[in-house]
Design a protein around this ligand. Structure first.
Ligand SMILES: Nc1ncnc2c1ncn2[C@@H]1O[C@H](COP(=O)(O)OP(=O)(O)OP(=O)(O)O)[C@@H](O)[C@H]1O
Length: 322
């Protein structure tokens, strides 16, 4: 049994009216449980991704079917059950700027949930916890706390969103297009952080994206959503290398291929191809886990990128992110 489960759920907007719109149709999904996992939900605009996230967070009820957390239907949770669900299932959204109130310093959205869930007995305890968590997502507390959202970069804001979720000791994080607003070099770093949450903290993630390449990069399981229906679901390797469904094949064919002509010249000092600086080359996106990266770059008819080249990209990303 999964920790967070969707069972045969459908969502119909304006049900019973002429304008009825089925946003999700007979969706079943199971996330987490004994082994933490990263499940990517991949779909184009309008495929139903946001509706699925809202369903999983309990922001809306399914028209048919149910959503269960730890075995209980989230629509009928007790007060304590609902509190546990709200603490343990956290979300990270696309545009962190929207999530912050511009009139409050960044400390406010970090301290408030700790207080409201009774997770810190004093201000000092709250700040100690916040500082440790900020460091765990690569932020320097002294450069972050006390600032207003607009005084921080998009990447810093996104890391604060992740820290905010982590402060509550979640079991599941729903990440809705978390890297679509940040540039290519930061994208890899943020995806790395998400990957580490599963590996180091045992948190299960749902990573919702329109981008199959980043889905493949971080996920164990890929779910392909199209027109509100699951077209295909399976291990990331299998879905990408042996797609069963024509729609999945079309998605794979639409992935821009890395251009072998802009591959790294290993004899040169770090000299990123212009395409990378322009955020265009996909090489940077592949480069966080060498073995996964090799597999994803090696597409039919192309020379595989070597581990050494990938290490090169990793160091370049670190250099650029520093
Ligand atoms: N409140 C609503 N009323 C009617 N139809 C809706 C409503 N919300 C969403 N839809 C429709 O349901 C379908 C799925 O929408 P949803 O927002 O979940 O897609 P999405 O995959 O998240 O798209 P995007 O990536 O553009 O955000 C779309 O056809 C959308 O027009």
């Amino acid at each position: 049994m999964g920790l967070l489960e969707v069972r045969a759920a459908s969502v119909v907007f304006h049900a019973g009216r002429a304008s009825a719109k089925t946003a999700l149709h007979d969706i079943s999904l199971s996330i987490g449980g004994k082994t933490p996992s990263i499940t990517a939900v991949v779909g184009e605009s309008g495929s139903g991704k946001s509706t699925l996230i809202r369903l999983l967070l309990g922001f809306r009820n399914p028209t048919l079917g149910e959503v269960l957390y730890d075995g209980d239907n989230i629509a009928g949770l007790t007060r304590d059950g609902a509190r546990k669900f709200r603490r343990q299932v956290q979300a990270i959204f696309q545009d962190p700027f929207d999530a912050f109130n511009p009139f409050y310093k960044i400390d406010h959205p970090l301290v408030t949930p700790l207080r409201s869930f009774g997770l810190a007995a004093s201000r000092d305890e709250a700040y100690a916890r916040i500082e440790t968590t900020l460091r765990s997502v690569g932020l320097v507390p002294e450069n972050t706390l006390g600032k207003y959202p607009h005084q921080l970069s998009g990447g810093q804001r996104q890391r604060i969103m992740i820290a905010r979720a982590l402060l509550l000791d979640p079991t599941v994080i729903l990440a809705d297009e978390p890297v679509s607003m940040v540039d290519a070099s930061l994208r890899a770093t943020i995806l790395d952080i998400l990957y580490e949450l599963r590996r180091d903290l045992g948190i299960s993630l749902i990573y919702v994206t329109h981008d199959l390449t980043t889905a493949y990069q971080v996920a164990d399981t890929i779910v392909v959503l199209h027109g509100g229906q699951i077209m295909e679901v399976g291990a990331a390797e299998k879905v990408v290398h042996d797609p069963r469904h024509a729609y999945t094949r079309a998605l794979i064919d639409a992935v821009p291929s890395p251009d072998p002509d802009v591959a790294w010249n290993l004899d040169d000092d770090i000299a990123p191809p212009e395409a990378f600086l322009a955020g265009e080359t996909k090489l940077a996106l592949y480069a966080t886990e060498p073995d996964r990266a090799i597999a994803s770059v090696a597409r039919p008819g192309q020379a595989p990128v070597t581990a050494a080249e990938i290490q090169r990209v990793v160091s370049l990303q670190k250099a650029l992110a520093a």
